[in-house]
Design a protein around this ligand. Sequence first.
Ligand code: HEC
Length: 109
Amino acid sequence: MSTKPILAASLVAFALCLASQASAKSITLPPDSAQLKPSSLEGYAKAQSNCVACHSAEYMLYQPPTAPRPYWDAMVKRMKAVFKAPIDDADMPAIVDYLAKTYGNEQPK
Ligand code: HEC
C-alpha cells in the first residue's frame, strides 16, 4: 500500500527521462490539449474568446467524439444559462459549428 506512490513516482521519472532523451534529437511537441484546436472555421476565433475564459480547452477533448451537433448546441446554451458565460446569441451557430466539426461527430475522418 505505502510503496505504490513511490513506485508510480519513479515510473513517471523514468518516463520523463526517456522523453527528454527522445527530444534531444528531434523536438516533437505533444498536442497541446489546453488550447483549442486551430481551425479555419470562423467559430474558432469565437470559441477562443468565449469558451476558454473559465476552463481550459481540455473540457472539449473530454467530450465524446461521437457527440452530434445538438449535443454541442445544448452545451453552449448550458454554459450561458447555467454558468452565465457571456456568449452572444449571434455567435452561437458558428461556435457550435466549430465544436461539432472539431470535437464532435462531424470531424474529418
Ligand atoms: C462563465 C464561465 C464559463 C464559460 C465562459 C464557459 N464555460 Fe464551460 N464550463 C463552466 C463551468 C463552471 C463548467 C463546469 C464544470 C467544472 O469545472 O466542473 C463547465 C464545463 C464545461 C464542459 C464539460 C462538460 C460539462 O457539461 O460540465 C464543456 C464541454 C464546456 N464547459 C464547454 C464550454 C464551451 C464550448 C464554452 C463556450 C461556448 C464554454 N464552456 C464556456 C464555465 C464556463
